[in-house]
Design a protein around this ligand. Structure first.
Ligand code: 8YV
Length: 314
């Protein structure tokens, strides 16, 4: 029996996961097996499943070019780059990879905040460049203990981040559309109110049109000259131009960013500053988590192939 055909826009995680996908499915992988145009021409009329990533997503034009499409399996939790209206019109279900990446993304949020306040990246350069022996001690950093963390978006990743920051002795405040019943943390009714009351604003919400530039000039102004911003969500949530201006004017103290508005491009106005810590979108980028994400994508595809209920529909 011939294998179940699918189109993949990007390879899945650790190579054994992609090998598994190739073993069980007739996987047409863009780049490896041809250009997108070639593969659309060759198998676009037959495939019922599309594999994509959080960053790549799937635009309306692509969805419409796959008339038999039924499932988009996203290797990532964020599905903001997928055109849900186009998917809905065609009766396509989107699946993602929630839960399995929560801990690693929350860990990274904490590491970024810690790196920013304890000057870890600057300290690394200080040692390597010989500045330590030339100029003496690194300037002093800041304790996390006693600071107030403002969690913007108290979903799975926001919760996990808050729990970790509590262990460091931080007070937790949060904002989401409505207060979370039974939460022990302090609810603030707008991003601006949250920014005003907290020291470190931790962006943990979903991306997409609803949260585009939620962190704007007003929110940054409210965060203030001793406040810092950490973003492990989506670059689109923060108005990057407004952040750069606020950093340049000293209206916020610093930023630690894993995501950017135009990845993988990062403006020099950010990369040239030593009160900014940068990471190349690595929230979920560990062997363990990427393997778990890949396995979840595989399980969703197997369920689709075998006519069973999808495991993690969005
Ligand atoms: C990945 C992510 O970048 O889960 C998400 O939404 O942003 C990340 O885990 C990704 O989708 C894997 O390429």
């Amino acid at each position: 029996m011939s294998k179940f055909p699918l189109l993949a826009l990007s390879p899945l995680g650790p190579s054994d996961i992609q090998e598994q996908l190739d073993a069980e499915f007739e996987c047409h992988l863009v780049g490896r097996d041809g250009s997108l145009e070639e593969l659309l021409e060759r198998v676009g009329g037959q495939v019922t499943a599309l594999v994509t990533t959080g960053g790549r997503g799937a635009e309306a034009e692509l969805i419409e070019a796959l008339p038999k499409l039924r499932v988009i399996a996203c290797y990532g939790v964020g599905v903001d780059a997928i055109d849900h209206a186009a998917a809905g019109r065609q009766g396509v279900t989107v699946t993602n990879t929630p839960d399995v990446l929560t801990d690693d993304v929350a860990d990274l949020a904490v590491f970024l905040l810690g790196s920013l306040h304890r000057l870890l990246v600057r300290g690394d350069h200080w040692v390597r460049s010989g500045a330590w022996s030339r100029s003496g001690d690194l300037p002093l950093g800041r304790s996390l203990r006693g600071r107030r963390a403002g969690i913007l978006g108290l979903g799975r990743i926001g919760e996990a981040t808050a729990r970790r920051l509590e262990v460091f002795g931080m007070e937790i405040l949060y904002h989401k559309r409505s207060p979370k019943p039974d939460s022990r943390w302090t609810y603030m009714d707008s991003p601006q109110a949250l920014a005003r009351q907290c020291d470190d604003l931790m962006v943990c919400c979903s991306g997409g049109a609803a949260t585009r530039h939620l962190v704007d000039d007003k929110v940054l102004e409210a965060l203030g000259p001793t406040g810092t911003l950490v973003n492990v969500a989506r670059g689109s949530v923060v108005d990057e131009g407004a952040l750069i201006a606020a950093l340049q004017d000293g209206r916020v103290a610093g930023a630690a960013l894993d995501v950017f508005e135009n990845e993988p491009q990062v403006p020099e106005a950010l990369s040239g500053r030593d009160n900014v810590v940068l990471a190349p979108h690595i929230g979920s980028a560990t062997w363990e988590t990427r393997r778990a994400m890949g396995n979840l994508v595989l399980d969703n595809l197997r369920a689709h192939r075998d006519g069973r209920a999808l495991l993690t529909p969005v």
